[in-house]
Design a protein around this ligand. Structure first.
Ligand code: ATP
Ligand code: MG
Length: 285
């Protein structure tokens, strides 16, 4: 049977010591192979939502849950121990916290060994993940000899080598400098081209996720406030601004051209498209 990758139905979560509901009557569906950008201001419930999908909630946290969180057709609480972790890979912000082995190679191999893969399969996946994440000469290095950006690419490669069906990234580049950040997004872009993976990406810098995602979902106070295919999502910027989510300058500029009646049509998403709209606004050249 063909299941949704994620199906969340009337889901509410209240942390035991939380003041209100962190996620409140939320409904969301993610199809297999889809890539979703999850955005919203601090405290809007993004991390709570993804941790409810990857099994940390209610596993690692205490609280009150109502509604359903289904991943590949099965409610997360009904997965047998360890089974959900085979399906869902998680990368979060802190590169230090994710690096557990003494060398890059061990870090990459560890998870695959736990899956019980053959040596041959491990080698094939190791080569693939190293190539994809551009880890070339790093394999023998200990963690203290590589940078935060490199560590984060190793963490990502280690997760990808396990070939999860669903990849969740919770602000994977929040602690990286702009160049390291761009390199992580390059890896994700290549991944999308090569593999039919389902992805949920939380990221505050919208310009990085726009080229990558099929659909954007805006959370506010634990609810889905707005969701639409990426370009359509930016038709109206009012709600985004109200939620304190800053559209990328290209989108903001295009919004200004459209709101002031200088051009019609959908939002520009790239510099080239915005330049076209600017030309149009001046009466074409
Ligand atoms: N362990 C916890 N115990 C109690 N309340 C929590 C806990 N973790 C988060 N919360 C609360 O739940 C709500 C949602 O928080 P969450 O971390 O999911 O938001 P977020 O959208 O990921 O924010 P950010 O952009 O800052 O990462 C907030 O009100 C937060 O204070
Ligand atoms: Mg968060």
């Amino acid at each position: 049977m063909n299941h949704h990758a994620v199906e969340i139905i009337d889901y509410t979560w209240k942390y035991l010591h939380g003041t209100g509901e962190a996620v409140s009557g939320l409904n969301l569906t993610v199809e297999a192979g889809e890539c979703i950008g999850l955005i919203g201001s601090n405290g809007s419930g993004k991390t709570t939502l993804v941790n409810s999908i990857d099994g940390l909630i209610p596993g690692q946290y205490h609280g009150i849950k109502t509604g359903e969180v289904r991943v590949f057709g099965t409610e997360v609480e009904e997965y047998k121990r360890g089974e959900l972790q085979r399906e869902v890979g998680l990368v979060f912000s802190d590169p230090e916290a994710q690096f557990t082995a003494m060398t890059v190679e061990d870090e990459l191999v560890f998870g695959m060994e736990n899956l019980g893969l053959s040596l041959k399969e491990i080698q094939v996946r190791l080569d693939w993940a190293c190539e994809l994440a551009d880890l070339g000469s790093m394999l023998e290095k200990p963690p203290y000899e590589i940078s935060g950006g490199q560590k984060q690419r190793v963490a990502l490669a280690a997760v990808l080598a396990m070939q999860p069906k669903l990849l969740i990234l919770d602000e994977p580049t929040a602690m990286l400098d702009p160049i390291s950040r761009a390199r992580v997004f390059d890896v994700l872009a290549r991944l999308r081209k090569e593999r039919d993976i389902t992805m949920i990406l939380i990221e505050h810098t919208l310009e990085h996720i726009i080229p990558l995602v099929d659909r954007m979902v805006l959370l506010g106070e634990g609810k889905v406030l707005h969701q639409a295919p990426t370009r359509e999502f930016f038709d109206d910027l009012t709600l985004l601004r109200e939620q304190g989510v800053l559209p990328p300058s290209v989108v903001g500029f295009s919004g200004w051209l459209r709101e002031s009646g200088r051009v019609d049509g959908p939002s520009a998403l790239s510099i080239e498209e915005a330049a076209d709209q600017a030309r149009q606004a001046r009466g074409g050249e």
